[in-house]
Ligand binder design. Structure first.
Ligand code: CP
Length: 306
């Protein structure tokens, strides 16, 4: 694997290997302080980000490497009309590895086809977000001890939520998975994911609009933000944005070991009163995101050097 564009570019063995490296980094950070000395990560972010960009940068700095890049399209020559392909060829002359976020689905794939260095998809439109999925998988592994026999509820914007799409792809390869899809009718999971991933892998799933009814059965509740930036009109966004707000009364019938996850940023969908609940895992996901990105950078640079 030269680049990471989709979570399915990684085998289940490779995912376990990354989790094992991340756990070793957490236990022995000093061992890795010089692991990427003289190596450079380019962060090419054509869309806003806090966690993904900064965790990539922190990851590379903690590995002893350096970072360069841009955090908005307007501060790059994309504003003058330069193509993603030419940007990738150019940055290959300056850096050893690229993390790219783009508003267009498929842009990191185009970059990977044209770069001479590894490219990591840091989120492409409403499509995929494989490194958020790696952060989610590390969190699930640390909270639940593995990925089998899990009932997971995805709640919110399942249509545009790229983290949901990637995590469903990833979990579909483990046995005993049950999926509960909780969304307004307008924001249902795209049918191609239901057909190609859930039905194809014979994964039982149910669809509902009621978070309260779904909660008692769940081992994991994965909340998501309604993705304002993907809506065609503001009126629809305003009507749907507060469809689900998780607050303490809604957890009344939840399991005592429920893991509450969210890729963040949140807007209103999880009350801050939940933050002190021991079941809240979303800031653990943030920290795990840095460690798993360290493991990924190490793996891709080691493979590129072969
Ligand atoms: N989870 C996530 O992708 O966050 P950012 O948009 O802040 O990077």
């Amino acid at each position: 694997m030269k680049s990471l564009i989709s979570i399915l570019d990684l085998s289940t063995d490779e995912i376990l290997e990354l989790i094992s490296t991340a756990n070793d980094i957490i236990a022995n950070p000093d061992k890795y302080r010089e692991a990427c000395r003289y190596k450079k990560l380019a962060t090419l972010f054509f869309e806003p980000s806090t966690r993904t960009r900064l965790s990539f940068e922190a990851a590379m700095l903690e590995l002893g490497g350096s970072v360069l890049g841009f955090s908005e399209a307007n501060s790059s020559s994309a504003a003058k009309g330069e193509s993603v392909a030419d940007t990738a060829k150019t940055v290959s002359c300056y850096a050893d590895i690229i993390a790219m976020r783009h508003f267009k689905e498929g842009a990191p794939y185009v970059a990977a086809q044209n770069a001479t260095i590894p490219v990591i998809n840091a989120g492409d439109g409403g499509h995929n977000h494989p490194t958020q999925t790696l952060a989610d998988l590390l969190t699930i592994y640390r909270e639940k001890g593995g990925f089998e026999n899990i009932t997971i509820g995805f709640c919110g914007d399942l249509k545009f939520g790229r983290t949901v799409h990637s995590l469903i792809q990833a979990l579909s390869r483990y046995s005993g998975l049950n999926v509960v899809l909780i969304s307004p009718v307008e924001l249902k999971l795209p049918s191609y994911i239901k057909k190609d991933i859930l039905k194809e892998n014979k994964i039982p799933y149910t669809q509902t609009t009621s978070l309260e009814e779904a909660i008692p059965d769940l081992d994991i509740l994965y909340m998501t933000r309604v993705q304002r930036e993907r809506f065609f009109n503001e009126e629809d966004y305003l009507r749907l944005k507060d469809s689900y707000i998780l607050d303490p009364p809604k957890l009344k019938n939840a399991k005592s070991d429920l893991a509450i996850m969210h890729p963040l940023p949140r807007v209103n969908e999880i009350s801050t009163a939940i933050d002190s609940d021991p079941r809240a895992c979303y800031f653990k996901q943030v920290l795990n995101g840095k460690y798993i990105r360290m493991a990924l950078i190490l793996k891709l640079l080691q493979e590129a050097a072969k």
